[in-house]
Design a protein around this ligand. Sequence first.
Ligand SMILES: [Zn+2]
Length: 182
Amino acid sequence: MSLEQQYTAILSQIGEDVTREGLVDTPKRAAKAMQYLCRGYQQTLEEVTNGALFSSDNSEMVLVKNIELYSLCEHHMLPFIGKAHVAYLPNGKVLGLSKVARIVDMYARRLQIQENLTRQIAEAVQQITDAAGVAVVIEAQHMCMMMRGVEKQNSSMVTSVMLGAFRENVATRAEFLGLVNK
Ligand SMILES: [Zn+2]
C-alpha cells in the first residue's frame, strides 16, 4: 500500500468521510509532507557536508548558535521544535558554516528523541572535522507534551553532549555555556 493510501485509511479510521471535498487531496499532501519531514533518511553525512572542509590554523572555538530545529518524536510522530547550539574546537580543519546547520537538519529530519539527536549531531561534527572537542546543546518544545498527555505548554527540554575538550576542560565548557546563554 502506498503512503497516500495509508493516509486515506488513517482518515477513515479516525472517523472522517474521506470523500468530502476538503479531504480529496489530503492523503496525497500528507504523504508528501511526511516524506519531506523525514527526508534525512535519504541523506548521508558525506553528501550534506559535500567537501566543505577547509584547512585553518585557528584553534579557537567556533560556535553556531540558534540553529532552528524541526523534528518528529519517534514515540508519537509529533513535532518537536527548538534551537540547536553547536560548537567545536578546530584541529587543523574548519567546516563551512552552513554545513553545521545542514548536519543538524539531516538528523532532525528523521524520527528522533532529543537525546539521541543531540549525540548524533555532536558525533557527526567530531567525525567530519576531527575537532579537539565538540559541544551541542538543544532546547526544544515537544508537541506530544503540549497537545496531549500532561498538556504542559511552557516546558522545554534541554539536552547537551560534550565531547573531547568540552568534556575534560571545565573552563572550555564554561566558555561555551556562557556564550550560549548570553
Ligand atoms: Zn513524543
